[in-house]
Design a protein around this ligand. Structure first.
Ligand SMILES: Nc1nc2c(ncn2[C@@H]2O[C@H](COP(=O)(O)OP(=O)(O)OP(=O)(O)O)[C@@H](O)[C@H]2O)c(=O)[nH]1
Ligand SMILES: [Mg+2]
Ligand SMILES: [Zn+2]
Length: 312
């Protein structure tokens, strides 16, 4: 007979999910391996999205093997479209105070495609996001500042720095203390190195960037929540190659481009697609320098992709 949920008198946060089980982080800082009650898993019996990093859970620990019996309601959810043809949600982490998008200026060089998608998804989930441009020790400051400016105009806080030299890390630590932050970005941009710099002594695995391709090697293989001090939590994640948005339709997309908002509803045609239409308020804002042409370009491209998926 299954124990009633009231037997689950202990609470902890999910720090990592592995095949068939997870690692819990207790309020006193202790880590423990736990399994998940079958009733929580659903039909596939795979862990899937039932228990994810950041979940607060109730578990029973009778001394032998802790078992998670209940997952507390989530206050927010950061998801992506799982790899593969069939549309499927992959919950990356939950109950977040902010998302930190890490990008690097060199090795690998900055690519805006991922940034716009991840920031859009965070906006959709109601999670504030900041951008960190890393590896400043190898790049030209002027170019970095130009990139950052476009995102600050879109309402995102931005940081320039180098996890290697430590530049900018105090400021970033200040922005992360007292919060739970999810670190996302391409492989090899330095997410783990940044997390290590914010919380020295953790020694998360850091990889080498392939000298020929300039790409990372996916050193981090699963999301991992660490807590260097009470109320200061950092979630390192594996690098992503592409990021498919989840739960955002082609018609809602313009809403997650935050800097478009003051101009939406002001186009001459109510069904304006902000392409070439006369009297388009978005195009006028681009002309006036209030929206960056690059962001409009990324919006048009992404909308086309979403429309393609929707018509399939
Ligand atoms: N020059 C320079 N190199 C850096 C900096 N930060 C990280 N690196 C190097 O970049 C490489 C990749 O760093 P990681 O921290 O493993 O990157 P990651 O984003 O965690 O990669 P994945 O786990 O694969 O997603 C390592 O060789 C780091 O030493 C930096 O600020 N400057
Ligand atoms: Mg890593
Ligand atoms: Zn328009």
């Amino acid at each position: 007979m299954r124990e009633p949920a009231s037997e689950a008198d202990q609470r902890a946060v999910v720090a990592r999910v592995d095949f068939g089980g997870c690692v819990l982080l207790r309020d006193d800082g202790e880590l423990l391996d736990a399994t998940v009650a079958r009733g929580l898993l659903g039909r596939t019996r795979a862990l899937g999205n039932a228990v994810v990093v950041g979940d607060r859970v109730a578990y029973r620990d009778d001394g032998a093997a802790p078992v998670i019996l209940e997952v507390e309601p989530r206050r927010n959810v950061f998801s992506r479209r799982a790899a593969g043809e069939r549309p499927q949600e992959q919950v990356v982490a939950v109950n977040l105070d902010q998302l930190v998008l890490v990008a690097s200026l060199v090795e690998p060089e900055f690519k805006p495609g991922l940034a716009d998608r991840v920031l859009g998804q965070a906006e959709h989930a109601g999670i504030p996001a900041r951008l960190v441009l890393n590896k400043l020790d190898r790049a030209e400051r002027g170019m970095a500042e130009d990139i950052l400016r476009a995102y600050m105009r879109a309402g995102h806080a931005g940081h320039l720095g180098s996890a290697r030299t430590g530049e900018g890390m105090d400021e970033l630590r200040h922005a992360c203390r007292g919060r739970r932050s999810l670190f996302v970005g391409h492989s090899g941009v330095g997410k783990s190195t940044v997390v290590n710099a914010l919380a020295p002594g953790l020694d998360l695995l850091v990889g080498q960037v392939n000298a020929k391709t300039g790409k990372g090697r996916h050193t981090t293989t699963a999301a991992w929540l660490v807590r260097p001090e009470p109320d200061f939590e950092l979630i390192d994640t594996p690098g992503v190659r592409t990021f498919g948005m989840w739960g955002i339709g082609s018609r809602d997309l313009e809403q997650v481009y935050v800097e478009f908002r003051p101009f939406l509803g002001r186009c001459r045609f109510t069904d304006c697609r902000h392409g070439r239409e006369p009297g388009c308020a978005i195009l006028a804002a681009v002309g006036a320098g209030e929206i960056s042409p690059r962001r409009l370009g990324s919006f048009l491209k992404l909308r086309e992709e979403l429309e393609g998926e929707e018509s399939r």
